[in-house]
Design a protein around this ligand. Structure first.
Ligand SMILES: C[S@@+](CC[C@H](N)C(=O)[O-])C[C@H]1O[C@@H](n2cnc3c(N)ncnc32)[C@H](O)[C@@H]1O
Length: 293
């Protein structure tokens, strides 16, 4: 018999097929209701985070979460925070900060004004680490750090610069391993179980919301750090973002990625050379690529 397939014709669905459908519907709801597009995030980690959000909000299924997305707009900041993993550390991957300190900043020192874009700044730990590096290199007065993130909540925390004091020991070790010669404690005050970074470190930082999926060039930068963000993106989205960075950098500018990220599959790769490949620092060519005939 010809005609529409009936339930009887359809193969049984397992839980993971259902999850896939629900996550797709969730992503659609978020985009149509709030304009945030997560359709190009890597599916496995996105599914995990959507599921975690559903659990935290005591929804039996992801479909239950969709109801919140559609009918409770005030939950948007919480949803975005849950979807975007704002985890970070000060001087995370100290070897990378050592290369910035010893090899990159001396080259940037030749510019009268140094613009740094820190994309995906989470709670700001890397922003303050950079400010300390610039301060110690005597370059901070002529530097500007543009620290951006998708999540409003992450940016609020970053601006406050207040962290759990139990991080202090690890962060001090990271700072020393990055070549720091002072004590990290010179840059914060501790009270009870909190530490607050010296607000003077914020004096050349601008925090702003910027969505790497949809927004354009943010500033003309001499250094862009975007670490541990691309791993959450599909290859085509990584490609878009890396082209955005190429277009935002001055010629000879630097790009720092996370330790599990690279330019390997990016169409912009031809414009960069590896400056310190083991710590994922790349440099934009000083001349534009010749046009293909
Ligand atoms: C794991 S944190 C990385 C923090 C820091 N860069 C580091 O490596 O320690 C990832 C950050 O990327 C941000 N993010 C995710 N998607 C984004 C997007 N489309 N545009 C801008 N930021 C995004 C998240 O909000 C989160 O704060």
């Amino acid at each position: 018999m010809y005609g529409c397939a009936t339930d009887v014709d359809k193969p049984a669905m397992n839980t993971s097929d259902l999850d896939t459908i629900e996550v797709e519907l969730f992503v659609q709801a978020l985009q149509r209701r709030h304009g945030y597009d997560f359709s190009q995030y890597a599916p496995a980690s996105l599914t995990r985070r959507v599921q975690q959000l559903a659990d935290q909000m005591e929804c039996k299924t992801i479909s239950g979460l969709i109801e919140h997305v559609l009918h409770e707009p005030q939950l948007l900041p919480r949803l975005l925070e849950g979807l975007t993993v704002p985890a970070s550390d000060m001087f995370r991957d100290p070897a990378m900060f050592r290369v910035l300190r010893e090899q990159v900043l001396p080259l940037l020192a030749s510019y009268p004004q140094i613009n740094i874009w820190q994309a995906g700044c989470a709670h700001g730990q890397e922003v303050y680490s950079l400010a300390i590096l610039l301060e110690e290199a005597g370059l901070y007065e002529r530097s500007q750090i543009f620290a951006t993130d998708l999540s409003e909540r992450a940016l609020e925390q970053a601006e406050a610069g207040i962290y759990n004091a139990r991080e202090a020991q690890q962060w001090s070790r990271n700072y020393q391993a990055s070549g720091g010669t002072h004590s990290l404690a010179d840059y914060y005050s501790a009270r009870y179980n909190l530490l607050k970074l010296d607000q003077r470190l914020r004096r050349h930082v601008t925090f702003a919301r910027h969505n790497l999926v949809a927004d354009g060039v943010f500033c003309e930068a001499h250094l862009i750090l975007c670490r541990n963000v691309l791993i959450y993106f599909s290859n085509p989205l990584q490609d878009r973002v890396l082209s955005l960075f190429r277009n935002s950098l001055v010629r000879g500018g630097f790009l720092g990625l996370g330790m599990r990220e690279s330019l390997d599959y990016a169409s912009a790769a031809a414009n960069f050379s590896a400056f310190a490949e083991p710590v994922r620092i790349y440099r934009l060519a000083s001349q534009p690529e010749p046009a293909l005939s």
